[in-house]
Design a protein around this ligand. Structure first.
Ligand SMILES: C[S@@+](CC[C@H](N)C(=O)[O-])C[C@H]1O[C@@H](n2cnc3c(N)ncnc32)[C@H](O)[C@@H]1O
Length: 436
């Protein structure tokens, strides 16, 4: 590979920043060098100085270099197992809980195949739920740093090969033929997708905005510091119970991991022995309180435990969705809402603020499933069991009686806590509903 000297690279980065505002400093050095070298070879240029001069002369090569640096490979329903998992386990609950008002973000959307995939998927789930009319409540933000990709996303016109992983019936439902070999996404679906510029390394999304963030095959190009910062930003940008979907070879690094739970639900669709090769689905642990009428809902409970605290007389409820810190990370302080020792007292405190009496509180527990049984050494105590044990210990210490529970097993669950009536409805994948 051509050796690229630092001063020349810095000059090139300066040109790019000045012309299109893209900061190359956030990308992994090795990736950048490899891609620039590829473009230089393609142009038959042997020094960086000569290449920078060529970029100044030929705008088309400048665009090709930007394409190479930002890598915008994508397709409809790319990695179908991820979408199957979302459609089967998470979206139905999320859409029901939000009555269709789902706000999704495809961050690093390239030419738009991913955000339109999200819209098609939601449409399919709503049809299954017999709530087709809710589709107009969906909004998908589609952002990227590459303006040319965004133009393609706005045009929403694609060659047929972009749909090779999509279900033909879904394509026929949501796309119209255009010329010989192209399809255009129907206007009613396009109206749900807002395309715009957003540089993930710079801009901070508004906190508490999204139910679902898909950021796939993007962070892998960033250096570690930028990746860690971004994971915190995503956690801030998600609503409580929101879901983050990363690409197949991506994972959350550093202390930001404490702010998410790994769902790993896609494993069910994969052949045995490939459990670690799943795309990663995670959600934020949190606690919430409510007085009077209303529901507290938490979705995607795997090995986590949901604790529902209730003061029947004052009609005040609290729900904490908690899990223990990962062993490798110790007791991170980034998300006190995550741990039984901190989240339960914090929930009690917040309930007292709404008029609940600590002496009247009762607790119900749901969750603690063995989601990663196949990966655990034989005879070892499961993560789900550890979460249940730790939660019970904290409740005993606070003298809060447990009046109902549904824990253990191997299924993901969701919980719907009716605060006024004090009932807890538990939905388990593939099983009948249970009321506690
Ligand atoms: C490989 S594509 C991924 C497309 C889609 N998410 C998928 O998985 O099919 C990577 C995208 O990330 C975008 N990207 C790279 N750096 C970015 C940044 N700093 N901010 C926003 N998007 C960026 C690129 O422009 C490119 O469109």
């Amino acid at each position: 590979m051509t050796e690229l000297a630092r001063p020349g690279l810095d000059a090139l980065a300066g040109r790019i920043q000045a012309r299109v505002g893209l900061d190359l400093g956030v990308y992994k050095d090795k990736c950048l060098r490899r891609r620039i070298a590829v473009r230089m070879r393609a142009c038959n240029v042997h020094t960086l100085d000569a290449y920078v001069a060529l970029l100044d002369r030929e705008p088309a090569e400048f665009d090709r270099l930007l394409d190479a640096l930002t890598i915008n490979v994508t397709s409809f329903f790319r990695n179908p197992e991820t979408w199957r998992c979302l459609a089967a386990h998470l979206l139905p609950d999320l859409l029901t809980a939000r009555e269709g008002r789902l706000r999704a973000w495809s961050a690093g959307c390239a030419s738009g195949e991913e955000p339109y995939t999200i819209a098609m998927l939601v449409a399919g789930v709503l049809e299954r739920l017999e709530r087709g009319a809710w589709l107009s409540r969906l909004r998908v933000d589609a952002t990227d740093v590459d303006r040319r990709s965004l133009e393609r996303a706005r045009a929403a016109r694609y060659p047929r090969r972009a749909f090779s992983e999509a279900d033909p019936a879904v394509v026929a439902r949501w796309c119209l033929p255009e010329g010989e070999d192209e399809l255009v996404v129907r206007p009613e679906l396009r109206a749900l997708v807002a395309v715009g510029t957003h540089d993930l390394s710079q801009a901070q999304p508004a906190p508490g905005t999204f139910d679902l963030i898909c950021c796939r095959n993007v962070i892998i190009y960033f250096d570690r510091e930028v990746q860690e910062r971004l994971m915190h930003r995503f956690a801030d940008a998600l609503l409580p119970g929101g879901v983050l979907v990363l690409g197949k070879v991506e994972s959350i690094l550093g202390p930001a991991r404490e702010r998410y739970e790994l769902l790993g639900a896609a494993r069910a669709d994969l052949p045995e022995g490939r459990l670690m090769a799943v795309e990663i689905l995670v959600r934020v642990a949190d606690f919430r309180v409510l007085a009077g009428e209303g529901l507290l809902v938490t979705l995607g409970l795997g090995s986590c435990v949901a604790v529902m605290l209730h003061d029947r007389e004052a009609k005040v409820g609290g729900l904490a969705h908690i899990l223990l810190p990962s062993r490798s990370l110790g007791r991170g302080a980034d998300n006190p809402g995550r741990f039984p020792q901190t989240a339960i007292p914090a929930t009690v405190e917040a309930m007292a603020g709404l008029g609940a009496d600590r002496r009247r509180l009762t607790a119900r527990l749901v969750g603690g499933a063995s989601m990663f049984q196949a990966l655990a050494p034989a005879g070892s105590i499961q993560m789900g069991d550890r979460n249940v044990i730790a939660t019970r210990e904290v409740l005993t210490g606070l003298a809060i009686p447990v009046v109902g529970e549904l824990v253990g097993g191997g299924q993901g669950r969701s919980v719907w806590f009716d605060v006024a009536g004090g009932r807890v409805l538990v939905r388990s994948v593939g099983q009948d509903d249970t009321t506690l």
